[in-house]
Ligand binder design. Structure first.
Ligand SMILES: [Fe+2]
Length: 300
């Protein structure tokens, strides 16, 4: 038994409030609540929240939350971690309340990227009303979206994500500026996680949010430009997952890929391939390099 999907993401940044007009007015997420400490909680569907923007000294990932079905699933994951020699600790009551889950455990990948596995997310029966007029997000069994990490050692990451966490390799892509990229799935979404190797650094590169209509992407693209938010990659279509998307640097340092039309995979028929490029068209790089959420790591 392995993780079923990406459930939530927590990041920190000096000014969480700066995320609100971007998250709602551009992306179409909705504010659930603001914590006493200034944390901004945002929803994308029936879950109480999917994204938590915490206050912190710098911009970095706090945790990526991976969902299992139930308590037995959590036990199976901790046994899997034990078998792979990965140490983990259990979240306390207060932390579970903050995450909006019944229970979770935390651990880190070989580069120190923090992960959590949880079950029992809080759902709300208040209808989801997007923060701007749009058709909503593709979530459900495919989870929140996908996240991409920069890691200093893709081989070590591959061992960890496949053996300790149970992800399946979808494909390998020779990308334009980080070579190569490894893409992994845990449900029908083409990838829920990917890693790109860059020596000496590690951290969150982007969160991909998939919307229900191509026009939501196009209108979002216009809003990014009207709002003066820094684009990182222009509109384009990826090769293997076929997502039509653009990349924008969010006010918390990490990038958002905002996309539509992602391919789904079926393990019965799927073959791993190595793609000779990351894009079919577009995705011209216009940004200034790696996001602030990618940090130097100690040489090992
Ligand atoms: Fe992506």
């Amino acid at each position: 038994m392995t993780v079923k999907c990406l459930g939530y993401l927590g990041v920190q940044t000096p000014d969480p409030a700066s995320w609100e007009p971007f998250g709602t007015g551009v992306l179409g997420l909705a504010v659930t609540a603001k914590g006493d400490d200034g944390t901004l909680y945002l929803r994308a569907d029936e879950r109480r929240h999917r994204l938590a923007i915490h206050p912190g000294e710098d911009s970095r990932i706090r945790y990526a939350g991976w969902e299992v079905a139930d308590e037995a699933g959590l036990t199976a994951m901790t046994e899997r971690l034990n078998g792979a020699g990965v140490s983990w600790t259990e979240g306390d009551r207060e932390e579970c309340v903050s995450r909006g889950v019944e229970r979770f455990v935390r651990f880190a990948d070989p580069a120190g990227i923090p992960h959590e596995v949880f079950y029992g997310a809080v759902v709300t029966y208040d209808p989801f009303v997007p923060g701007r007029p749009m058709s909503g997000f593709v979530t459900g069994q495919q989870g929140l979206g996908h996240i991409v990490f920069i890691v200093p050692d893709a081989k070590a990451a591959h061992e960890f994500y496949t053996k300790a966490m149970g992800f399946k390799l979808s494909d390998i892509v020779d990308t334009a500026f980080h070579t190569p990229g490894y893409f992994y799935h845990c449900n029908s979404r083409h990838h829920s996680i990917a890693v790109l190797e860059v020596p000496g650094v590690a951290g969150l590169h982007h969160l991909m949010l998939e919307v229900n209509a191509l026009d939501d992407v196009g209108i979002g693209y216009d809003l990014v430009k009207q709002g003066g938010y820094p684009l990182s990659m222009e509109l384009g279509r990826h090769s293997t997952d076929q997502m039509v998307s653009f990349y924008v640097v969010s006010p918390a340092g990490f990038e958002i890929e905002y996309g539509w039309g992602g391919r789904q995979v079926d393990d019965e028929t799927w073959h791993v391939v190595r793609a000779d490029r990351g894009e079919i068209w577009g995705h011209k790089i216009v940004g200034a390099g790696l996001p602030d959420t990618v940090k130097p790591v100690a040489a090992g």
